[in-house]
Structures are given as structure tokens and as C-alpha cells.
Design a protein around this ligand. Structure first.
Ligand SMILES: CC(=O)N[C@H]1[C@@H](OP(=O)(O)OP(=O)(O)OC[C@H]2O[C@@H](n3ccc(=O)[nH]c3=O)[C@H](O)[C@@H]2O)O[C@H](CO)[C@@H](O)[C@@H]1O[C@H](C)C(=O)N[C@@H](C)C(=O)N[C@H](CCC(=O)O)C(=O)O
Ligand SMILES: Nc1ncnc2c1ncn2[C@@H]1O[C@H](COP(=O)(O)OP(=O)(O)OP(=O)(O)O)[C@@H](O)[C@H]1O
Ligand SMILES: N[C@H](CCC[C@H](N)C(=O)O)C(=O)O
Ligand SMILES: [Mg+2]
Length: 496
């Protein structure tokens, strides 16, 4: 796919400029610093500043068209007057950019599904892709961990802005990818980033507190997630809903109201995919479930009861988007854990296990700890913290979750970003006063591993697959999985 060779008119991109002006554009940019000769610059209202502030710069870089809202047109009026430029003004420039990006790049995998929810998106997207691949299909998942599967490609965001998203999808098609499962973050949904994606089905995992730094209220956050079902998903496409979440039935009602068939996942025998039995052991679980009333049993090499819900949502998405249910269920024993999600990172000589998990919300931390219990005979130790420049309200709630569900707790640093790490720890310690405070994450992990006796387990929570620690503007190499091995080697005298 040669982006450079392509030139499209505004009409071909579904855009209409003021006064009937037409322009042929050579590319799209959402950041003025990315504009090149002939580009369309989308000047979007931002959280910090209106993109229209940068219209002058974009025009000097050669932009031939500007897409913005009424306020943007007002802000940039003076600059716009100085250039011969096609101006597109719409109430919803983010939505228009999403559609224009889809048309610009022109292709997306034949079968695409999306999953939203506070926790479990990456896991469900990966499981969906793994099922498709086990069925012999060329598939990828796309989100927090980049594009993975039949084709790999790095991404900076869980749901990238539409230009990056559609570039990735078109490149995937060029690589022969026919199936893609993507994560729909609440930011992505609120900012219309995936409105141009053609979805065959969409899924919902759960809804709990996170991102209240961005969304004004809990309900606004829920409404952002609901957009996937009441606005993004095409009417004839099914929704797969985890009914075990307290907000699941409400999301199912929203989906039904919007005309979608709903495939329900949960523990009630009436649901289309019903979990009716789980037996846990040190390496995974046996799962018994009903598919439209027919019983089945599979072995999952996955730790944590909630992973069965994620697996069922993934299986539901594959079925809802056209896969044969029997082929889907036959693939389940092959599923492997997603990097940094309940991942067995190291084992001590005395048999004690060290797990790394990405739990960085109160609910995820409580869920991860509770999920480990049935796999562990002894005490549960946790090393955890909270990220800086993110929802402050969740810090004491994470403290409560650890206090209530772990026997031994060590509070440490996550990614402090621009904040004072000691004050983040203090906010957590307010709720978990008996925890030990060890700011240095490597030392905290060493102390956690040192505390393990036979039958105990350690959960290192918060950073999962991340390979760096963000302190101020610096990113220092740091990998929880690696540190777990280093700590075990240091204490037991060998690498695991
Ligand atoms: C908070 C947030 O979502 N911000 C997104 C938003 O930018 P903004 O509204 O903050 O932008 P701003 O700084 O006010 O600037 C306004 C506009 O001016 C433009 N600009 C700015 C400077 C300049 O020199 N020239 C220029 O053109 C910006 O590109 C932007 O379009 O719109 C931009 C363009 O679409 C996004 O790139 C940007 O994502 C930033 C990078 C970001 O960090 N987002 C994170 C929080 C995010 O989206 N995370 C989610 C959720 C992850 C999860 O679930 O945990 C994700 O999907 O990754
Ligand atoms: N179904 C679930 N219910 C509750 N907690 C879960 C569930 N699935 C995963 N988690 C917890 O959430 C953490 C993050 O999981 P995952 O990366 O799959 O979620 P995500 O929604 O993609 O997160 P992000 O918004 O950061 O991209 C896991 O490490 C686990 O602790
Ligand atoms: N996508 C999430 C990841 C958080 C990961 C955690 N390690 C942190 O830094 O808070 C966010 O940006 O809120
Ligand atoms: Mg994710």
C-alpha cells in the first residue's frame, strides 16, 4: 500500500467544504507537526487546547484542507483568510475524521470485532485472535500490546486515533490478515476513534472505576462505553455481553434497544454461553459450560476464574461473527495467557509461585487476588502501587482491595510520571496502613519474593507487560517478569 501515491478529493473522503470548494489531498494529519504538502489537517477540540490554534502552522507546512468545528473556524479565521484552503466545518469533526480515515486507507480486515470494558479488553482481544488462528485463519488483535498475531506492528495507544488505526488495518490487509479483534477504550469511543471501523460483532467485559481523570462522571464513562453498542456497531451485528458484571444487563438492554441480537455470557444456565463449573489447580482450570443448553468441558491453561469469563466472551465474539461453534470450542485448550496477565513469571525452589498481572484498578486488583486464592494453598503476598497523572480516587480504593484480599502487602511505585511518588504511596497507605512501604520497585519485588514460604504465592500487580518505568519525562527499563526471575535467582542462587 503506497500512501504517498494516493490523492483523494474531499468528496471521495465524504467531506464537503464551505462554498463548494474542492481540494485534492495527499494525506491526513491530526497533529500540525505531521502535516506535509497537500494534507488535510484535522483541527480538533482538545482537552488542553483547540487544534485550531495550530492551523497557521499547518497551512505554512502546506495543508490544503482543514477539518474543524465552528469554534475552530472562529479561532483560526485570520490564518484561514491568508491561504487558499478548503475549509470543512462540522459539529463532529472527530466523527468526520474517523469516516474520512476509513475511506482514505480504503481497506480493513473482512471480519472485525471490538471489545470494551474497564478490564479484560486485551485478554479478550488476544483470546479471540488465538481462537481464529487455531482455526487456521490469518488473524490479529489490536490494542494496548500493539498489533499481534499473524502480523505485528507497534501502537502507542489502546485505541489509536483514526489515522493510525486505519493505516494499521490497511497494512494488516496487505499482509493477508482477514480477521481482527480490537480493543475499544473509553477514550477511543468518546473521541470517535473507531467510528469508521466495520464491526461484525462487539463485546462487553465489565464496568468499574477507572479514568475519572478524563471522564467527568461515572455515568459519562459508562455512556462512552455504551457508544460501542448504540452508535458504532451496525444494526444487524450481534453484541456479546458478560452478564455477570453488575452493569451487564443494562448494557444488554442498550444493545437490544439499538437492534442487536445479544449473546449472553455468564453463570445462568439460560444464557447462550453459560459457565456451570470451574475446578482450579496449580497450572490452570477445568471449565464446564453450556452452549445454547449443550454441555461441554474444556481444560484451560489459564490462572484465575475471571479468565473463563474472558474466554467465553472471546468464544462468543468468534461465534457471533460467523465461526463454527465446535471449531471455536476445540481451540480453547490451546489458549495461552496474555503477557503480563496472571502470568507465572518465576517459581522459587520451595515451590512458591510468582505471578505478574496488569491489575491497575481497584476492581482488577481485588479480582486478581481473589482469583489467585483457589490456586494457592499458603499465603498470598502482593507488591502493588498506582500510576501518577491518573485517576487519584482509585489509590485508596486499591489500598482497600489489597488489604481485604492479600495476607502480606508491599506498597511500591508504579509509573510516577510527573507526580511525587511518595505522595502516591501515601494515598494508598491511608487505606492499607499495615502494608510495608518500599518505594524502589526492584527492592519491593525482592522483599516480596523473600517473604514466600512453601505453598505461598506472590502477585506483582500494575505493570504487566510494560518494559519501562516512567519517572518524570524519563522511561527507565523495567520489566516485572524479568525482576521476578532476578529476585528468585538472587535468593535461591539460580536462574529460573
Ligand atoms: C486525553 C486524550 O485522550 N487526548 C487525546 C486528544 O488530545 P487532547 O484533546 O488532549 O489534545 P490537546 O493537547 O488538547 O491538543 C488538541 C489538538 O491539537 C493538536 N495539536 C497539538 C499540539 C500541536 O503542536 N499541534 C497540534 O496539532 C493535537 O493533536 C490535538 O488534536 O486527541 C489527540 C488526537 O486524537 C490524541 O492523540 C490524544 O491522546 C493522548 C496522546 C493520550 O495520551 N491519550 C490517552 C490518555 C488515551 O487515549 N488512552 C486510551 C485509554 C487507555 C486505557 O484504557 O487505559 C487509549 O485508547 O490508549
Ligand atoms: N474479566 C475481568 N474481570 C475483572 N478483572 C479482569 C478481567 N480481565 C482482566 N482483569 C484484570 O485486569 C487486568 C488488565 O487486563 P487486560 O489487559 O486484559 O484489560 P484491559 O481492559 O485491556 O486494560 P487497559 O484498559 O489497561 O488496556 C488484568 O491483569 C486482570 O488483573
Ligand atoms: N492504560 C492505562 C495503563 C495504566 C498502567 C499502570 N502501570 C499506570 O501507569 O498507571 C492508563 O494509562 O491509565
Ligand atoms: Mg488493554
Amino acid at each position: 500500500m503506497s500512501e504517498r501515491a494516493r490523492i483523494r478529493s474531499l468528496a471521495e473522503l465524504g467531506l464537503t467544504a464551505q462554498h463548494g470548494a474542492e481540494a485534492r489531498v495527499t494525506g491526513l494529519a491530526v497533529d500540525s507537526r505531521d502535516v506535509k504538502e497537500g494534507y488535510l489537517f484535522a483541527a480538533l477540540p482538545g482537552t488542553r487546547v483547540h487544534g485550531a490554534e495550530f492551523v497557521g502552522y499547518a497551512l505554512r507546512m502546506g495543508a490544503k484542507a482543514v477539518l474543524t468545528d465552528a469554534e475552530g473556524a472562529r479561532v483560526a479565521a485570520e490564518e484561514l483568510d491568508k491561504f487558499d484552503v478548503a475549509l470543512v466545518v462540522t459539529e463532529d469533526p472527530r466523527g468526520a475524521l474517523a469516516m474520512a480515515s476509513a475511506l482514505w486507507f480504503g481497506s480493513q480486515p473482512d471480519v472485525m470485532v471490538a471489545v470494551t470494558g474497564t478490564n479484560g479488553k486485551t485478554s479478550v482481544a488476544s483470546f479471540t485472535r488465538q481462537i481464529w488462528m487455531a482455526m487456521g485463519l490469518s488473524a490479529v488483535n489490536l490494542g494496548t500490546t500493539g498489533v499481534e498475531g499473524a502480523w505485528d506492528y507497534p501502537l502507542k495507544h489502546t485505541t489509536p486515533e483514526p489515522i493510525t488505526l486505519h493505516r494499521a488495518l490497511a497494512l494488516a490487509v496487505d499482509e493477508g490478515v482477514t480477521h481482527a479483534a480490537m480493543e475499544a477504550s473509553s477514550h477511543g469511543l468518546a473521541q470517535r476513534r473507531l467510528d469508521g471501523v466495520r464491526l461484525a460483532a462487539a463485546g462487553f467485559t465489565n464496568f468499574t472505576q477507572d479514568h475519572l481523570d478524563y471522564h467527568a462522571t461515572f455515568e459519562e464513562y459508562f455512556a462512552a462505553k455504551a457508544r460501542l453498542f448504540d452508535q458504532v456497531l451496525a444494526e444487524d451485528a450481534p453484541a456479546v455481553i458478560n452478564m455477570e458484571d453488575p452493569r451487564g444487563p443494562e448494557m444488554a438492554a442498550i444493545a437490544e434497544e439499538a437492534g442487536h441480537a445479544v449473546l449472553r455470557v455468564g453463570h445462568d444456565e439460560d444464557y447462550e454461553l453459560a459457565i456451570v463449573g470451574q475446578r482450579f489447580d496449580a497450572t490452570g482450570q477445568d471449565l464446564r459450560f453450556l452452549h445454547e443448553g449443550t454441555p461441554r468441558q474444556v481444560r484451560l491453561g489459564l490462572i484465575g476464574g475471571f479468565q473463563a469469563e474472558n474466554v467465553m466472551v472471546a468464544a462468543g465474539l468468534c461465534i457471533a461473527s460467523g465461526a463454527d461453534p465446535v471449531e471455536v470450542f476445540n481451540a480453547l485448550p490451546q489458549l495461552t495467557t496474555v503477557r503480563g496477565r496472571m502470568q507465572l513469571a518465576a517459581t522459587r525452589e520451595n515451590g512458591a509461585a510468582v505471578f505478574v498481572d496488569y491489575a491497575h484498578t481497584p476492581d482488577a486488583l481485588a479480582t486478581a487476588l481473589q482469583a489467585l486464592r483457589p490456586h494457592v494453598m499458603g499465603r498470598l503476598v502482593v507488591v502493588y502501587g498506582a500510576g501518577g497523572d491518573r485517576d487519584r480516587g482509585k489509590r485508596p480504593l486499591m489500598g482497600e482491595a489489597a488489604r481485604d484480599h492479600a495476607d502480606v502487602r508491599i506498597v511500591t511505585d508504579d509509573n510516577p510520571r510527573s507526580e511525587d511518588p511518595a505522595s502516591i504511596r501515601a494515598a494508598i497507605l491511608q487505606a492499607d496502613g499495615e502494608a510495608t512501604e518500599v518505594g524502589d520497585r526492584a527492592e519491593a519485588i525482592l522483599r516480596g519474593v523473600d517473604a514466600l514460604g512453601p505453598g505461598d504465592a506472590l502477585l506483582i500487580a500494575g505493570k504487566g507487560h510494560e518494559t519501562g518505568q516512567i519517572v518524570g519525562d524519563d522511561v527507565f527499563p523495567f520489566d516485572d517478569v524479568e525482576q521476578a526471575s532476578v529476585a528468585v535467582a538472587a535468593l535461591d542462587g539460580q536462574m529460573t
